[in-house]
Ligand binder design. Structure first.
Ligand code: ADP
Ligand code: LRH
Length: 491
């Protein structure tokens, strides 16, 4: 059969992109048709997503996709970062700009929730790691606001974009699992968690799963993008990490993955959640994946550390080029200074070099001074966190791990990939960088009948069409152990 054409809308915390793919048995070509920055805006003391600017980027990207594909698309799917949402009133109008998960409004919300739901209970019920910005905590922080009182609907970000494109509302399950309101065993709402936290589940439209139909582009969207209808929209793994893990070109099951962009999401793919006390204490999450899978993983701070350093330098009139920084960092001696890339002190926006320097001083290490030294510190620290988290993932789940797959924008960072292989003492297979977009189109293509089979079959197609880069570990266990000990990380 001839390949068909699908567009993936993939919104990351640092950029949004619309990718065009030709997909069929033996064929998977992906190209970027439009990329646009995702720049949060602080207004009235609150950090927001500029969601209409993102939607503008989506429309521009669909127009470009249509232009490249002769005006016709066989489907569209939308994925984005997790946990955040928009509220709609009874007329379907957006009530204010969605609040950014890095906003300070959730400070103190965890204490309120734990007062009515002990952390152990919450973990047993939802399997979710404690992140200070989980949707439950955002909704508790927003309690008694006029905005929430006026809300008739809550749509997670990708569901909001899909709704604007189609007029259809749904709650896609992989992203819903990051709300901390879903039971990972039943893959349905935890009514008890909602009841005890005072969250009205009727705000959410019905659950839908990856592969379910999600409507068709509205006439106004066709007019705006120059596309010829009908263009079906399909629910995909709408959590970008769910799509990214579909996009891991693994051969067999014995792998761990690191989806690395703004965050590094480090863990394994499982059939069942791990809800043990050890897993809770290690703050591992059980997010729902495509085809009934579970992502047992932990969030590591990721390239946010470097993005926010670069923003700080640029704001001071000292802009840096990423390629130059990485080349300079590669020439510096390893592991002179490391920080704990799990430290919540790094979550909010702000002066990142200062926070990194403070963390080095607090652990009696030398302090990085130049941008290249800060970059080296960030990459060594991420590799160290990758090592610790892969080791914990194996121990907690009992999963065999022979290869570490690195996907996402960080797969383009050769130094980070090599350091990750060295730290983990395992081979790293790096790429594709656009794993989320690939996972998005693979699920659409399968739903449309352009492909068939299991996740393993989709991954076989990735292996035969994408070209990952392999890194062999140069083990120096003592050096990594020493660095871990300096910041109190034990594997
Ligand atoms: P997100 O989806 O969270 O917005 P991405 O997966 O797009 O993030 O990854 C963005 C990161 O990828 C950047 O912050 C940068 O560190 C890294 N990156 C992107 N392109 C390159 C490149 N050419 N070389 C090295 N690193 C890169
Ligand atoms: C990565 C991601 C991650 C979430 C975070 C909020 O983009 O979706 O999986 O924890 O954003």
């Amino acid at each position: 059969s001839t390949p068909r054409t699908f567009a993936a809308v993939d919104l990351g915390a640092s950029s949004g992109r619309v990718m065009l793919a030709r997909v069929g048995p033996g064929t998977l070509d992906l190209s970027e048709v439009h990329r646009f920055p995702n720049r949060p805006v602080r207004v009235g003391g609150t950090l927001h997503w500029d969601v209409l600017a993102l939607y503008r980027g989506v429309l521009d990207g669909l127009r470009e996709a249509g232009r490249a594909a002769g005006g016709r698309l066989d489907g569209v799917g939308v994925d984005s970062w997790a946990v955040d949402y928009g509220l709609l009133d009874a007329d379907g109008s957006l009530l204010g700009n969605p609040v950014h998960y890095r906003d300070a409004r959730t400070d103190g919300a965890a204490e309120k929730v734990h007062a009515v739901l002990p952390a152990e209970y919450l973990y047993a019920a939802t399997g979710l790691q404690h992140l200070p910005f989980n949707t439950v905590l955002q909704l508790v922080a927003a309690r008694d606001t006029p905005q929430l009182a006026a809300a008739e609907r809550l749509l997670m970000i990708p569901d909001l974009i899909s709704h604007w494109l189609t007029g259809v509302q749904g709650t896609e399950i992989t992203n819903a699992s990051t709300t901390q309101l879903i039971d990972p065993r039943t893959r349905d709402w935890s009514t008890e968690v909602a009841r005890r936290t005072g969250i009205d589940l009727s705000l959410f439209p019905p659950l839908r799963s990856p592969g379910d139909p999600a409507g068709e582009l509205l006439p106004e969207v066709l007019a705006e993008t120059g596309l010829t209808g009908p263009v079906p929209v399909t629910a995909v793994g709408s959590h970008d990490t769910a799509s990214a893990v579909v996009g891991v070109p693994a051969d067999g099951e014995d792998f761990a993955y690191i989806a690395t962009g703004t965050w590094s999401l480090v863990g394994t793919e499982l059939r069942e959640p791990v809800l043990t006390e050890a897993s809770r204490r290690a703050n591992f999450t059980n997010e729902l994946g495509v085809d009934g899978t579970v992502r047992h993983l932990r969030n590591v701070m990721g390239l946010w550390l470097l993005q926010e350093c670069m923003r700080t330098w640029a704001d001071r009139g000292d802009p840096q080029d990423l390629g130059t920084l990485l080349a300079a960092a590669a020439e510096l001696p390893p592991l002179r200074f490391v920080v704990d890339a799990g430290d919540p002190a790094f979550i909010p926006p702000g002066d990142m070099p200062r926070r990194i320097a403070d963390a080095c001083a607090a652990t009696r290490q030398p302090i990085p001074r130049t941008p290249a030294e800060f970059t080296r510190c960030v990459l060594d620290s991420l590799a160290l966190a990758h090592r610790e988290t892969v080791a914990r993932a194996r121990a907690l789940s009992g999963k065999r791990v022979e290869t570490v797959h690195v996907v996402g924008g960080g797969a383009r960072n050769a130094l980070l990939c090599q350091l990750t292989a060295d730290a983990c003492g395992l081979p790293v297979v790096a790429g594709p960088a656009e794993a989320a977009a690939l996972g998005n189109v693979l699920v659409q293509a399968r739903a449309a009948g352009a492909l068939s089979g299991s996740l393993a079959d989709l991954r076989a197609l990735l292996r035969s069409t994408q070209e990952p880069v392999r890194y062999t570990a140069r083990p120096d266990t003592a050096a990594w152990d020493d660095a871990a000990a300096r910041i109190g990380l034990g594997v």
